[in-house]
Design a protein around this ligand. Structure first.
Ligand code: NZQ
Ligand code: ZN
Length: 386
């Protein structure tokens, strides 16, 4: 175990009527003017918007609508939100949506409370904001776990970067699986794959010896795989949706990362692919993971072999550790096909192969995984993904 300090600022209200339990109590603690941040309109169609507005009005709040937060939120949208928050004297931000809405709100919360440009501050000066407007999250699409961390993934269109920016933590999070029921099946599955990806990228970090966090991670991964399979039979299975919603938060609330340096190389590649193509996050990861792992597993055979045995349930008998590790990667690739996610960038609908070099040249290289890749190797991986 590496040394660690652990505390958690987000209070979670999970389950049926979580908003009804959370909002009257929590809104009583915040200022009068509340920014209601949401996406392209799914919350209006599902009725969640009206329900949340009802709680806000009952609590006597003035509502400042901030709508149109797009998937893969842009830094321009962050600036629009921050300007609006300042203009209207917003006291509190309530983000209602998936990872994109929550992420955008985290950085609006930071920018609205700081005069300095947040991007410049974090990426040029390496200084991180300490003042934020307070905020909370009502989750309508699970998978990213964005509600339980202060990292936000924002696309800066001026610099062609999709990067992790540090922002506000939600002071509370509302996780009602019923709010996810209107999510299209494709998004449900790509979101759940994102959770699997977070768990794998954490597990395959260092140190390579197994620790308690890894054993909890194995349970999360088995749970995600099992529940995706339940949903493939019945997309409306509430119990499976609910398990996946908590697994999503568990993979990103820091518990699996305790005592570890995480990997996240697949994410770094996918984020830059997103910067150039605006592709769906979970789908991009589904393509990249098996190819990336085939390239690196020989440098981390023991970890990959354990993952194959404990998560994919592949018997170790009569196999060398290398064969076992390989079988685990094959199981992952077959799972991607089984659950209807793409296995190539062409299946994802990408058409311009010239982006691959740009992605390889600009993505972050991580130090946590068993093999530090060169840009040439990343390009090779990306070309194999085509
Ligand atoms: O915009 P609306 O109309 O709300 O539609 C959204 C959007 O089109 C729709 N949706 C959400 N809830 C719905 C719904 N449609 C019907 N019913 C509902 N209940 O789903 C679409 C996708 O939403 P989005 O928020 O983009 O999806 P997701 O939650 O997968 O978030 C993806 C973003 O999160 C980042 C990704 O890079 C990407 O930008 N990530 C954030 C992380 C974090 N903060 O910890 C970690 C992840 O690794 C990830 O990078
Ligand atoms: Zn992710």
């Amino acid at each position: 175990m590496k040394d660690f300090i652990y505390s958690y600022p987000t209070k979670v209200y999970f389950g049926e009527e979580a908003a009804k339990k959370a909002l009257p109590v929590e809104l009583a603690k915040v200022g009068k003017t509340v920014m209601l941040a949401y996406g392209g309109g799914s919350v209006k169609r599902s009725g969640v918007y009206d329900e949340i507005c009802g709680y806000l009005k009952e609590a006597g709040k003035e509502i400042v609508d901030f709508s149109g937060i797009m998937p893969n939120p842009t830094y321009k949208k962050v600036q629009e939100g921050a300007a609006l928050a300042r203009e209207k004297g917003v006291d509190f931000i309530l983000a209602v949506g998936g990872g994109s809405v929550i992420d955008c709100s985290k950085i609006v919360a930071a920018q609205a409370a700081n005069d300095e440009d947040i991007w410049e501050m974090e990426f040029k000066k390496h200084v991180y904001p300490t003042a934020f407007l307070p905020m909370a999250a009502v989750v309508t699409a699970s998978g990213t776990g964005a509600e339980m961390n202060n990292g936000a993934v924002i696309t800066n269109e001026d610099t062609n970067e999709k990067a992790g920016v540090l922002g506000a933590h939600a002071s509370f999070a509302v996780l009602d699986p019923a709010y996810t029921m209107s999510l299209p099946a494709k998004q449900v599955i790509s979101g759940a794959f994102d959770t699997l990806s977070h768990s794998m990228e954490t597990y395959l970090g260092s140190p390579r010896d197994i620790n308690l966090s890894d054993e909890i991670g194995e349970a999360v991964m088995r749970n995600v795989i099992r529940n995706i399979r339940v949903l493939m039979k019945d997309m409306n299975d509430k119990e499976a949706r609910s398990e996946l919603m908590w697994a999503s938060a568990m993979a990103e609330n820091g518990i699996l990362k305790i005592g570890k340096v995480t990997d996240f190389q697949a994410h770094q590649i996918e984020h830059q692919l997103g910067a150039y193509t605006d592709c769906n996050h979970g789908q991009g990861l589904a393509v990249i993971h098996p190819v990336l792992y085939r390239h690196i597993y020989k440098d981390g055979v023991a970890q990959f072999a354990r993952l194959a045995e404990k998560v994919w349930g592949i018997p170790a008998e009569n196999k060398t550790p290398e064969e076992l590790a390989e079988a685990g990667i094959t199981a992952l690739a077959e799972f991607v096909k089984e659950i209807g996610l793409p296995s190539t960038f062409t299946e994802m609908g990408l058409t311009d192969k010239s982006v691959l070099k740009k992605v390889a040249d600009t993505c972050n290289l991580t130090a946590g995984c068993c093999k530090k890749l060169s840009r040439e190797e990343i390009l090779e991986i990306l070309e194999e993904c085509w």
